[in-house]
Design a protein around this ligand. Structure first.
Ligand SMILES: [Zn+2]
Length: 252
């Protein structure tokens, strides 16, 4: 009798699964794939837009943390929309890109001022144009536990910077993250390509996800990631079946 019940239950699960397309199960399996979150900061719309075909060619889905939205021209807004339409995440990086620690503790603004002027005012402008960012990156990585806690009322995760030599801090689980520590890959980081590749290898070995931070793509600025480095990353990701996640996806 018990055996019959088990068999019947199993059959029901199979039938339910067929009808639902096993969406739930697929999603769980999918989220456990090791991967990479490639993030770009600031307001470098024109530069990023020019490299959309490159990102498309490697099937990259990246996260763009946007600041100074109030200064975007209509043309830059059109470009941002196109970046979004290519499957990238449009995230938030404050309105004026102030160092938030300095804003409060050095320049003596209140935290309420900070939230109103740098977070809510910027989000409101983006909301009016149909963007609803769910993740945040701190300008200069300047944060503390109190800011993290308050910003969690607005966002699913906040990204600071990994200023240590402990690269493992930037390899995180593929879900449920709240504070991320991105590892810089711009020229200014003075990192070697082989270090960048070895952290990708570590993400793969640990079934985790590495969070990288860049600004421009292949420009003259020291705050830009070289084309060579990006291509090395794309190659490793492809050859090792890593998955591109957005910051929002690993913060669910
Ligand atoms: Zn920035």
């Amino acid at each position: 009798m018990a055996k019959k019940v088990v068999v019947a239950s199993f059959a029901l699960v199979i039938i339910a699964c067929l009808f639902s397309g096993c969406k739930k199960f697929e999603k769980v399996g999918h989220l456990q794939d090791p991967g990479i979150v490639l993030t770009f900061d600031d307001d470098r719309i024109d530069n990023w837009y020019n490299y959309l075909p490159l990102l498309d060619s490697a099937n990259v889905r990246a996260t763009f943390y946007i600041c100074k939205y109030n200064r975007f021209t209509p043309e830059q807004k059109r470009k941002l929309n196109e970046i979004k339409n290519h499957g990238h995440e449009i995230a938030f990086h404050s309105l004026n890109h102030y160092n938030m620690q300095d804003y409060v503790y050095k320049n003596k603004h209140t935290i309420d001022d900070l939230m109103r002027c740098e977070i809510e005012a910027g989000l409101k402008m983006m909301n009016q144009d149909g963007y609803y960012p769910t993740t945040f990156a701190y300008p200069y990585g300047a944060h503390n536990g109190l800011f993290d806690k308050i910003l969690m009322r607005y966002f699913k995760s906040v990204r600071a910077l990994n200023g240590t030599q402990d690269f493992s801090k930037s390899v995180v689980p593929t879900q449920h993250n709240d504070v991320l520590y991105g590892l810089g890959i711009d020229k200014s980081s003075n990192r070697r390509d082989q270090d960048v590749i070895s952290i990708l290898q570590s993400a793969k070995n640990n079934n985790g996800c590495v969070v990288f931070v860049a600004h421009d793509i292949n420009s003259g600025s020291k705050y830009s990631v070289t084309l060579h480095r990006l291509q090395e990353i794309f190659k490793f990701v492809k050859e090792n079946n890593l998955k591109y996640y957005t910051a929002a996806e690993i913060s669910e």
